[in-house]
Design a protein. Structure first.
Length: 133
């Protein structure tokens, strides 16, 4: 069985334009736009120290559709958001959840047509602080 790979590339195109004065001008531009990117960290520490208090995308570029869900080890949904700039603050129903391992499921689509199906562990470490180093 052969493997297929989608390659997305950006091209710079030199296009002559004829202005009303009949002079030739040159314009540069990208065809196809920028490639999308979406990555998530594997841990966060919602302890109020201002560092990593929100579990959110590490990189998020050119995402046009987005849905993320946090579930616990028993498969119960704790939180869901649909804004790529949003995130989870380590609470469920207004209460802090315990330190531990949770699971994030992200379904998204980039402007370049790339589909993202991210499933990964999330370590919630409320007791960790950069000030303790």
């Amino acid at each position: 069985m052969s493997k297929q790979r989608l390659i997305i590339a950006l091209f710079t195109v030199l296009m002559p334009l004829i202005a009303f004065s009949q002079e030739v001008d040159e314009e540069y531009g990208n065809i196809g736009g920028e490639a999308s990117q979406l990555t998530f960290p594997n841990a966060f520490s919602p302890n109020g120290d201002g560092n990593n208090d929100l579990y959110q995308a590490k990189t998020c570029q050119n995402i046009v559709e987005f849905r993320a869900t946090i579930i616990n080890r028993w498969g119960h949904k704790l939180y869901e958001w649909s804004d790529p700039a949003g995130g989870w603050d380590g609470t469920s129903g207004g209460r802090n959840v315990a330190d531990g391992v949770y699971f994030v499921i992200v379904k998204a689509k980039g402007a370049d047509g790339k589909d993202y199906n991210i499933r990964k562990d999330v370590n919630l470490l409320r007791g960790h602080s950069n000030q303790n180093r």
